[in-house]
Design a protein around this ligand. Structure first.
Ligand SMILES: [Zn+2]
Length: 297
């Protein structure tokens, strides 16, 4: 099957090959990988422990590659099993770990905050709902003062939640707009979510309101904001451009390409597909007239 990006790079071939090693080499390699895996797990445990400690004591300790490298040197001195292996792949594991952790924490920092304002106010809303139900006038009767009061309180609580959501959305949008020149936004209507189990969370994150805030903020600061058509963002492969036959079900969090074999977290894959969609042909620009910024290619 020819995919668009394959067609561009005509003449390039991909081979799958298998390395057959002797049983001695195989044992040695497996032992090497065992050590590397142990070190990775140890990095995870150490960094987690320090994070928990910082959280509970308020200390600001770090657990970067330099510290981990020091720990590795110590561990190699103490443990003959670890010392048997080469230090090169072991140190590389630490560097890889540091890189993935930095990337992961960056992703977490930039994530849309999910504060669930609605959840906090739910108890109050339920109370007002019950009050209203109790005080509801019978047919033909005028509404009581108590009923009207409960109705006002309920409306006020809803308005407060909406304001809080807007505030969170605006703060987040401000941060995103400050950090980026060009932003691709998936132009989707979160209508289908309303009927799924994610409904409450989706309503709470107020996706539409946040999207609106992002677009407004981008316009205000002269950023290049593009609305990317949502079709196929969960079906295309970000690395080779192949399209799967079916949309990924929401429960499937990992995207695996059947053509090139690329594996990536679902949302990340979509984000990369959308970044590709930043090209002017594939996206509807909502860039403000007069803003002189280089177009993202
Ligand atoms: Zn692919």
């Amino acid at each position: 099957m020819m995919t668009p990006s394959e067609a561009d790079e005509a003449g390039r071939a991909r081979y799958t090959y298998r390395l057959r090693v002797s049983s001695t080499a195989r044992t040695a390699l497996l032992a090497e990988w065992d050590r590397c895996r142990w070190i990775w797990n140890e990095c995870v445990a150490k960094s987690k422990a320090i994070h928990l400690r910082n959280n509970s004591t308020g200390e600001k300790r770090t657990c970067g590659p330099a510290q981990l490298d020091g720990m590795l040197t110590e561990a190699r001195e103490r443990t003959p099993w670890l010392r048997e292996g080469s230090s090169v792949p072991q140190q590389q594991v630490i560097r890889d770990f540091g890189r993935s952790r930095a990337k992961a924490s960056k992703d977490i920092r930039e994530r849309l905050p999910h504060v669930e304002h609605g959840r906090k106010a739910r108890a109050r809303l339920t109370r007002y709902d019950r009050m209203m139900a109790r005080r509801r006038p019978r047919k033909g009767q005028a509404t009581s003062k108590g009923y009207r009061e409960a109705k006002t309180w309920r409306a006020k609580t809803y308005a407060k939640i909406a304001r809080q959501r807007q505030e969170t959305g605006r703060k987040w949008a401000k941060k995103v707009v400050t950090d980026h020149d060009a932003i691709a936004v998936e132009d989707f209507e979160p209508r289908f979510l309303a009927r799924s189990s994610m409904a409450r969370k989706a309503a709470d994150a107020a996706i539409s309101a946040t999207k609106r805030a992002l677009i407004e903020m981008g316009r205000k600061h002269g950023r290049d904001i593009r609305l990317v058509h949502p079709a196929h963002t969960t079906m295309d492969c970000a690395s080779c451009g192949a399209r799967t036959k079916h949309a990924l079900p929401l429960s499937e969090r990992i995207y695996t390409c059947t053509v090139c074999g690329a594996v990536s977290p679902r949302d990340k894959n979509s984000a990369h597909v959308m970044r590709a969609g930043l090209n002017p042909a594939g996206a509807e620009g909502v860039r403000p007239p007069g803003a002189l910024l280089p177009e993202a290619a």
